[in-house]
Design a protein around this ligand. Structure first.
Ligand code: ZN
Length: 399
């Protein structure tokens, strides 16, 4: 027999605070009257909770707005100066740390290049700790006073351990290593998911009901971000979209399988593809990013570069068609540094291929777009983790 869960007045109060604070956070300046409409709470409750949030310094009054014929209404908005959150992007070529105010305006950054493709977890933990201390020092706060630190990792986090094939990590205790030297609340998640959260809150996913954010780099991942009344938005999935097989018995992939999407549309795969063509001119740049930029510039003329992008668009379109058939998104956002660089050049072809390979009644509802946030989006996305946590707690900090 299930015993009824006793909801205390305190739980209810916290729930109402969380609901209204989250609304205000995502919606921007809103009047009390509009909060009553969207929250379904009584006018007395809204009025009490908003007074509490004002008294606790979480929101402030932000001017007046006309109401139809009635008295002007006072707007309320979330304060940026509630505290700072840090977001960490553990990328393929760098560790980047951003410090943001509570409304996610960036106030400081630090970046450390990685000169090894397979860094030890100890090295990454050191860079995370140094970076967070560095950005906190830039604005003069004690790292222990941060609202929280979110870390985006290129892999999966299971029971606090990180599994990241691109870094050759299989169960790295990154959380424990960082926690040993940093007392701010820490959260870890897959970087495609955190990037997805950023694109939906601030970028090309805004307003989508079910957005898939594809993270294209040397590795390839994707996240499904669904609209949610509560907030946290990010649900499941597919960080390992790159290892969906698109060609049976095809090219070997670094995961050990063959014919994976990543073996065709990952940055290095694209460059190798081009260099295999008989008329390919050698690259001038020595780094992957520079080479990809050269390839895209050369593709405006017919020739091996254009041919390479055509086949990338074909495979990418097929991969996206698979996501559409499986998950029925209303938006697909191409992101990650390769997605952002390559996206504008291949978008029409990718849309065309996806159209031909996905079921018409599904693809008809899907817009495929290029991400709007720059390469810092992963750090921004990681910083949404502590923000979500504080919103869910009704703005009450854990100590
Ligand atoms: Zn693979």
């Amino acid at each position: 027999v299930n015993r009824p869960v006793r909801q205390t007045t305190r739980d209810l109060r916290r729930h109402n605070r969380s609901a209204l604070l989250s609304r205000l956070y995502l919606q921007g300046p809103t009047s009390r009257q509009d909060l009553i409409g969207v929250s379904g709470l009584s006018s007395a409750t809204v009025s009490n909770v908003v007074s509490d949030l004002l008294a606790d310094g979480l929101v402030r009054e932000a001017g007046l707005v006309d109401s139809d014929g009635g008295r002007p209404r006072t707007l309320v908005q979330v304060r940026g100066d509630v505290g700072y959150v840090a977001g960490v992007d553990i990328g393929e070529t760098h560790v980047q740390i951003g410090l943001f105010d509570f409304t996610l305006d960036e106030v400081a950054t630090a970046e450390f290049p990685l000169d090894t493709a397979q860094p030890e977890a100890e090295l990454i933990a050191d860079l995370v700790i140094r970076g967070v201390k560095d950005v906190a020092a830039q604005v003069g706060v004690d790292p222990a006073d941060l609202l929280g630190v979110g870390v985006g990792v290129p892999g999966a986090v299971v029971d606090g351990l990180v599994y990241a094939p691109t870094l050759a990590w299989s169960g790295a205790p990154l959380g424990d290593l960082v926690r040993a030297q940093l007392s701010a609340p820490l959260q870890f998640d897959n970087c495609a998911r955190t990037l997805g959260q950023a694109e939906v809150w601030r970028g090309a996913g805004q307003g989508a009901r079910r957005a898939i954010v594809a993270l294209l780099g040397v590795g390839v991942g994707a996240a499904l971000v669904t609209e949610s009344d509560s907030l946290s938005g990010v649900t499941s999935m597919t960080s390992e979209w790159g290892h969906m097989v698109v060609n049976i018995g095809g090219r070997p992939c670094r995961c050990g399988s063959r014919g994976c999407l990543e073996a065709y549309v990952g940055a290095e795969a694209i460059l190798d593809d081009y260099l295999r063509l008989p008329d390919a001119a050698p690259f001038v740049a020595t780094d992957t990013e520079g080479r990809l930029a050269e390839l895209i510039a050369a593709a405006v003329e017919p020739g091996p570069a254009a041919q390479t992008l055509d086949s990338v668009a074909e495979v990418l379109g097929i991969g996206i068609a698979g996501l559409i058939n499986l998950l029925n998104p209303d938006r697909v956002v191409l992101s990650g540094w390769v997605g952002l660089t390559l996206g504008p050049a291949v978008l029409p072809a990718v849309r065309d291929v996806a159209q031909r390979h996905a079921l018409p009644y599904l693809v008809g509802n899907t817009r495929i777009v290029v991400g709007q946030l720059g390469p810092e989006a992963v750090a921004l996305g990681a910083a949404t983790m502590p923000v979500v946590r504080l919103l869910m707690a009704g703005g009450v900090r854990e100590r």
